[in-house]
Ligand binder design. Structure first.
Ligand code: GLN
Length: 478
């Protein structure tokens, strides 16, 4: 099949030149051929996808329009609730739990004609940067299977990079869409906080979590985000705004756009990544953008603040996995021992580490010193971004400090793993949008992503710059 983008597939299915059944079979064949080596999925939904494809084809045959994603296969991170279909968060604690409802994003994808082909692997409860923290074993990077795909949405990034689906969804609390997108060479977007409903996303850090797409092109990512965004009365943090309007911005070019270079960005990016970032500035300048130096002084404190705030929220959110409300129970002689046995058995090491960190940060006597102070730093980060955005329209930074590393390299060093998110975390704390766009390759021929950041609700401006970067990369600037 030579139609590879979601938009091409949907156009062909809607006009009747291609059947959704054929689309699904061709992607299932790709999955069959390489999934054993990659392990992108916790569950492949071949039969569900075939049935759904028949529905889509019946709609087209009856003269109806199945929607803008007609017949497009989509892979879903396995922390997104799917009615009657196991949703594991790649944790043992959820056992074979089947949610009684669909996440809002899943409903919206279906209403747009998309076809869910499977649930993808992740770091347990989305805590990690390599997908090695999954209770079901790691996912491998399709570009080089000795390397990690990044994380925590590693399965969703790998699924798109391997050609198992043209689109997937992930969640991003501190970088979990943008970092794996960079490492696998796909586009990955964290929209403005509140632009996409979190209903049915199993919560990690509720004030930071956002759902977003992975795609092979900026335009496909824009379409997917248009479909899943927009107000949802069932999520109290959902912004009261219609769906984002993004594709209009893609052909506007960057003439006159002010692109910020952060002069006090924390160090740590490797020379190959630095070189691609420089090339990205050059490409946008050549296309007419104005490069402006700005400072974001609190940017470098993001990681520290995040590792208090995210674990604090996680320790509270994960309290419900106790063998009573949720979680497969391990029986014991009394209730306390049952809680302890259930959580000892059900959670992996990283999740336990976060629960302990978060519980400590919130405990009486330490709350002000840790959680309270981290919240103040969060405020400073938002303020510093706002100051910078008075002078620029978007900012460019690396998405990840390095290309994909070898499986096992950082698995026993939590701090080294945490540093993977140095450049992505600040915009989760501020709530602003960010996305990673593939921009050439670095060490070992591995992909490098450039991160585009924009002020809240300026997702379209972010896409405008991203589209220009994509054109430059395609035109050989990479
Ligand atoms: N890697 C970061 C963490 O471990 C971010 C995870 C995420 O965005 N879900 O917390």
């Amino acid at each position: 099949m030579d139609t590879t983008t979601a938009i091409e597939i949907a156009d062909a299915v809607r006009s009747g030149t291609l059947t959704a059944a054929d689309v699904v079979e061709s992607y299932l064949a790709e999955i069959d051929a390489r999934e054993t080596d990659i392990h992108a999925f916790n569950l492949v939904l071949a039969d569900v996808a075939r049935e759904r494809a028949a529905d889509v084809d019946a709609q087209v045959a009856a003269g109806a329009d199945p929607g803008p994603l007609a017949g497009v296969p989509v892979a879903l991170k396995d922390n997104l609730c799917t009615r009657g279909i196991p949703t594991t968060c790649s944790s043992k604690i959820l056992g074979d739990w089947k949610p009684p409802y669909d996440a809002t994003v899943v409903t919206r994808l279906r209403d747009a004609g998309a076809i869910v082909v499977g649930k993808t692997n992740l770091d347990e409860f989305a805590m990690g940067s390599s997908t090695e923290n999954s209770a079901f074993g790691p996912t491998r990077n399709p570009r080089d299977t000795s390397r990690v795909p990044g994380g925590s949405s590693g399965g969703s990034a790998a699924a798109v990079a391997a050609g198992f689906a043209p689109l997937s969804l992930g969640s991003d609390t501190g970088g979990s869409i943008r970092q794996p997108a960079a490492l696998c060479g796909t586009v990955g977007v964290k929209p403005t906080y509140g632009a996409v409903s979190r209903l049915g996303l199993i919560a990690f850090g509720s004030s930071l979590d956002q759902i977003g797409p992975f795609a092979t092109t900026v335009e496909d990512a824009a379409l997917a985000l248009e479909v899943i965004s927009g107000h949802d009365p069932s999520d109290s943090t959902s912004i009261e705004q219609p769906s984002l309007d993004l594709r209009v911005a893609l052909d506007q070019g960057v003439d006159g756009l002010r692109i910020g270079r952060i002069t006090d960005l924390p160090s740590g990016a490797s020379p190959d990544v630095e070189a691609r970032l420089d090339a990205a500035f050059d490409a946008l300048a050549a296309a007419g953008a104005k490069i402006v130096d700005v400072e974001v002084p609190a940017f470098g404190y993001g990681l520290t603040a995040y590792y208090l705030i995210a674990p604090a929220e996680a320790s509270s959110n994960l309290a419900r996995f106790d063998g009573v409300r949720f979680g497969s129970r391990v029986n014991a002689p009394d209730t306390n021992q049952m809680y302890m046995a259930t959580r000892t058995e059900g959670f992996g090491d990283e999740v336990k580490r976060r629960i302990m960190l978060g519980t400590y940060a919130l405990s009486a006597g330490y709350y002000d010193a840790y959680y309270g102070r981290a919240q103040k730093v969060r405020r400073l980060i938002a303020r510093d971004f706002a100051t910078a955005y008075a002078d620029v329209d978007v900012l460019l930074t690396p998405a990840s400090p390095t290309v994909a590393f070898e499986i096992g390299d950082k698995a026993s060093d939590p701090l080294a793993m945490y540093l993977c998110d140095t450049y992505t975390i600040p915009s989760n704390l501020s709530g602003d949008p960010g996305m990673s766009v593939p921009f050439g390759t670095g060490d070992g021929g591995m992909p490098i992503g450039v991160q585009v950041l924009a002020p809240a609700l300026e997702d379209a401006t972010m896409f405008r710059a991203a589209a220009e970067l994509e054109r430059a990369a395609d035109g050989g600037a990479s």
